[in-house]
Design a protein around this ligand. Structure first.
Ligand code: ZN
Ligand code: ZN
Length: 425
């Protein structure tokens, strides 16, 4: 794809970590079957890079749009939902804008939450392009909205006779997953990237062989989004539902599904799950689970906002899954929130995660503290299933500081390696 003529939003300004910490905001009143809208709004409200941007008021400060602007509406809604002291608010402006978000939406009807999400994100994207619709297509992909939710899929067709490949690239805002044959999201993603054989009446016209040939077609994620939205295809053409449970992880590694092999995992953390309960797309109820900026999970069911635990979140009949790409900070938080992480937590409180900082890791008069931190780190490593390169880097940094401190305290000799240290209590 040609390079963009203009960067509409500088990627370095996108904040992946919450810029403020607070418990979950308000619930939303259900006005005439609007649970589909409420649950989507709640998932968007707790999307860190989008919420950080909307909370900064940067959009409305410079918006010159007359009349309907989905970004202004979302900015007002997110600010309202996160700052109000009320238990619940009415997303009136979003409801009023429903016909502008999608011409086919009718107030009072049970609409499809995924459809509403697509239309809302597209309307936000249009708002970001307002006044600059003449930009080349590559520039259009540099809005805050596309840089948050957007990725690129590569479709590669390889001729089985001459091995020539032809690639095409396509932008996406979410990834639809077939779940009929899959019992888990990772199995479905594996199916998604599995080469498909094009033969018989589906044969491929190879330009090099200059004839119809058997070919292999394969989709891969060419550029991974910052926020990955997965839609589990629960509804068939007639709205009939596949109600089975499909397992999904709290942390998802996208590396196996990328076009380019990567040296390290590309880790995503689950932050919202949208659930449909009921037998068909025209009936039933939508609600969701979101992770607020305080790092805690909440069930959000219209006006109800209730704390819940991750096990509940992972046990749902999910329809939409929202994952955010992990930053180094999130990975270190994952470590420090480990139930066994009390020493690591106090390490982080004192010294943060910056490797620039130097100094003792704990109180100088407490060799035991240092020893316990070392023991704890080893336990956390044993406990943790996902070890990323960043995670390793972080642990190495902590270990290096710890080692220095242990030398100062005379617990080990500088020439000793860690292997020589007996960590007895
Ligand atoms: Zn606006
Ligand atoms: Zn060929």
């Amino acid at each position: 794809m040609a390079p963009p003529q203009r960067i509409l939003f500088p990627p370095e300004k996108i904040c992946m970590d919450w810029q403020q910490r607070q418990k979950a905001g308000a619930g939303l009143y259900n006005v005439d079957n609007t649970c589909f809208l409420n649950s989507v709004l709640q998932c968007l409200t707790y999307t860190p890079p989008l919420a950080n941007y909307l909370l900064s008021h940067e959009h409305s400060d410079s918006c010159r749009q007359q009349g309907f602007c989905m970004m202004c509406i979302m900015e007002a809604h997110v600010n309202d939902a996160l700052s109000t002291s009320a238990c619940a608010i009415q997303p009136r402006d979003v409801i009023n804008a429903l016909p502008r978000i999608g011409g086919h939406f009718m107030l009072g009807m049970q609409e499809d939450a995924h459809d509403f999400l697509c239309c809302t994100v597209t309307a936000m994207q249009r708002a970001c392009l307002a006044g600059s619709s003449a930009w080349d297509i590559s520039s259009q992909y540099t809005t805050i909205v596309h840089q948050t939710f957007g990725g690129f899929l590569r479709s590669r067709v390889m001729c089985c006779s001459c091995k020539a490949v032809s690639d095409s690239c396509e932008a996406f805002l979410d990834v639809p997953l077939d779940i009929e044959a899959a019992s888990s999201v990772t199995a479905s993603l594996e199916d998604f990237v599995k080469p498909e054989r094009l033969a018989g009446e589906n044969s491929f016209q190879c330009s090099r062989c200059d004839e119809m040939v058997t070919a292999l077609k394969r989709f891969t994620i060419d550029r991974a989004p910052r926020v990955l939205t997965l839609c589990l295809k629960r509804f068939d053409f007639y709205g009939k539902k596949i109600g089975k449970f499909v397992q999904y992880p709290q942390y998802l590694d996208l590396r196996p599904y990328l076009s380019q092999g990567a040296a390290e995992p590309l880790l995503y953390a689950l932050y919202a799950v949208l659930v449909h309960s009921g037998g068909s797309s025209q009936a039933g109820h939508y609600f969701c689970y979101t992770k607020a900026s305080d790092g805690l999970w909440y069930q959000m069911d219209d006006t109800l906002v209730d704390r819940c635990d991750i096990n509940t979140v992972l046990a749902q009949q999910a329809y939409l899954l929202f994952y955010v790409r992990c930053s180094d900070l999130q990975i270190s938080q994952q470590i420090s929130s480990s139930p066994r992480g009390s020493y690591a937590r106090s390490f982080l409180n004192q010294w943060g995660t910056s490797s620039q900082q130097t100094g003792p890791v704990g109180p100088r008069d407490q060799p035991r503290w240092t020893k316990n931190l070392a023991k704890e780190l080893i336990r956390i490593v044993q406990d943790t299933i996902i070890v990323t390169k960043q995670y390793k880097k972080f642990l190495q940094m902590m270990m290096a500081k710890l080692r220095k401190e242990a030398c100062v305290l005379g617990l080990i000799h500088p020439s000793h390696s860690w292997g020589c240290v007996t960590l007895s209590a």
